[in-house]
Design a protein around this ligand. Structure first.
Ligand code: PAF
Length: 280
């Protein structure tokens, strides 16, 4: 396994592989890898001749009051996990490699970036769209592989990849969960043992919504009220949003007469957790 930090060297490596008709799958990450990331890497290793993992904590997708400085990092462990999983290259640039002095371009997706995390984390998706566009143009993969836990992020990435003709197939893979249902996330590290049970209010809400719809409830307002009541009754939680939206456009839905996305963001102590499920 090679570790490359210079964007030009990464592109040269990919170009040489492409000339040999080898297909490349890229798994973009911010490191501190968990089993969810490893399932994406396994998909990449199985599907493509060359699996590339990028590890880059991208400053432009964090707001000024967010956890960029504190975001968990462990490069040595990440490299060992990538090597064991069969990764061919880890692309690990420095911030100055990605955003050299004078950098002033932003990739911005209009509609699907606006609600949910776009509303509560202004500028977040511009940061994601810009860095993923750069990763796609530097690594030149055939596939880009992402987790469905970040459902809105996946929609944003699919949108600009199509709009800008980037020629990458964007693949979404299912969320991996701990045995008790908590969606795997690098930010779960922030949870104290006392807060850990409260974090289950997200996966329980998804199950509750499914149960309500299975019993015939269709009114979004009623479903969301029950979910909010349940989360608010859980100690140490603060709802950022709990919404039912169209899974393609993210427009708000009033009734669940066809599949709808239940999207949740809840703060539990220092951790802002997200989860989602398509219900109905
Ligand atoms: O999902 C993430 O880890 C990040 O948002 C991504 C896609 C690697 C961009 O920095």
């Amino acid at each position: 396994m090679e570790v490359i930090s210079a964007p030009e060297a990464m592109t040269a490596w990919s170009e040489a592989r492409r000339k040999q008709d080898r297909r490349i799958a890229l798994v973009p990450t911010m490191g501190y890898l968990h089993d969810g990331h490893l399932s994406l890497i396994r998909w990449a290793v199985e599907r493509a001749e060359d699996a590339v993992v990028s590890i880059f904590v991208n400053p432009t997708q964090f707001g000024p009051q967010e956890d960029f400085g504190a975001y968990p990092r462990d490069m040595e462990r990440d490299l060992a996990l990538c090597r064991r999983a069969g990764t061919r290259v880890v692309f690990a640039p420095e911030v100055e490699d990605m955003y050299p002095a004078g950098f002033q371009t932003v990739v911005s997706v209009k509609e699907v970036s606006r609600p949910l995390c776009g509303a509560t984390r202004p500028g977040h998706f511009d940061g994601v769209a810009t860095v993923v566009t750069k990763l796609f143009t530097i690594v030149r993969p055939h596939w880009g592989v992402f987790g469905e836990k970040d459902y809105q992020q996946l929609l944003v990435i699919k949108r600009f990849t199509r709009d800008l003709n980037l020629g990458v197939e964007v693949v979404g893979r299912p969320t991996l969960r701990e045995p008790d249902g908590l969606a795997m996330s690098s930010r779960n590290k922030y949870l104290t043992p006392e807060q850990r049970p409260s974090a289950l209010s997200l996966s329980r809400s998804l199950a509750l919504a499914e149960e309500l719809v299975a019993k015939g409830e269709r009114e979004a307002e009623s479903i969301l009220r029950k979910i909010r009541d349940m989360i608010e009754a859980t100690p140490g939680t603060e709802i950022d949003y709990a919404e039912l939206r169209d899974p393609e456009t993210l427009v708000q839905v009033n009734r669940v007469d066809k599949p709808a996305l239940l999207a949740l963001a809840v703060k539990v102590g220092r951790a802002r957790l997200i989860d989602n499920r398509i219900i109905g």
